[in-house]
Design a protein around this ligand. Sequence first.
Ligand SMILES: [Zn+2]
Length: 417
Amino acid sequence: MKKSAITLAVAVTVGLGTIFVGTPAKIEAESISKLKGEQNKIQEKRSDVKSDINSANDKISELQGQQAEVKSDMERIDFAIGDTTTKMNEKTAKIEETKAEIAKLQEETKIIKERIEKRNELLKDRARSYQETGGVVNYLDVLMGSTSFSDFIDRANAVATIMKADQDILKQHESDKKELESKQNQVEKDLSDLKNMLADLEKMNQQLSAQKAEKDKLLTDLKGQEQEAHDYAMDLQEQEQILAAQEAAIQKSIKSEQERQAKEAAAQQAKNNASSGGGSSSSTQSNSGGFIRPAAGIVTSGYGSRDGAFHYGVDIAKAGNVPIWAAAAGQVYVSHYSESYGNVVYILHNVNGQTYTTVYAHMNRRDVNVGDTVTQGQQIGIMGNTGDSHGQHLHFELYIGKWAYHSAINPIPTVPI
Ligand SMILES: [Zn+2]
């Protein structure tokens, strides 16, 4: 059984109208005021539990608000991660483009260099041939061979043009080469810038991912806390239900006790009037024979310490369709499903003048409802494995008086199990 640490101090010992043991009228009047006192105590406890439920619900709202904040942070981080990832992809593509451009420029530079080399070779060859043939003289021969002044001018211009053209081509090549080299430098600088930007983006992305993981952890944490708060509120609500049922049962007891006393007083009056003898004849459905075993099967776990926790009942296990019996006559005041107990029934008894509560948990099926009066041995359900249970068994608890959290007593030997 898992239960939160909430203590319910509702130690009530009341009789039930229908199964009340007859007592002298004076004591009966006292018993009504005692019942009313217990009712007040339960009302106080219920108001405490209700305020605890409100606190738990406030806590749940607060945790949900915190979760919404974390979720919006995560959304923002996700957006930023998406943004940096897009930028990284862009930079990576741009880097590839730039590398291709560099390769192209390198190729172009190589070609220009080859051209310059070839041109240089050509000019060297020409210079060599000038030298071998007297170079300038040959130019002079060309000039001197002119037939007229205008022919001379033409020839002189032609020589100058050829020489200038050679120089221009070389200059052009040199300037092309410089331009390509400067372009290449620029592109290489671009590449290095891009690589730096990519590295920055990668770093940013890593930081964002780390932030997201942190938020994720926080969210898991908050969800866990909310689950705990929910469980706590559930426990409180279950206790509130049990308290409400107890109050109703006490109310019923007060009413039937008042009726019975009125009847008894009338009978006493009649008896006095008739002046005839004879004792009080209060009806009693008390379980003078004590309890009986609530189910067939073997005891798989007794009352006491178990696995570092405390087992507040006795487990009785048996396979198949196993009926669960009321251990004594009494009034069913809780019959519901709970996360921990599964299908569970609480019965209030009066056995030999003492009030007891018995609890039957993990049932597969419940056969009785709240307010039902049951006889000893009456089937109240079928053994099962519902709620916080591992394997078919009956978890049986016994309380002196009313149910109160963690106050079950060892049912053995009071109940012959
Ligand atoms: Zn158990």
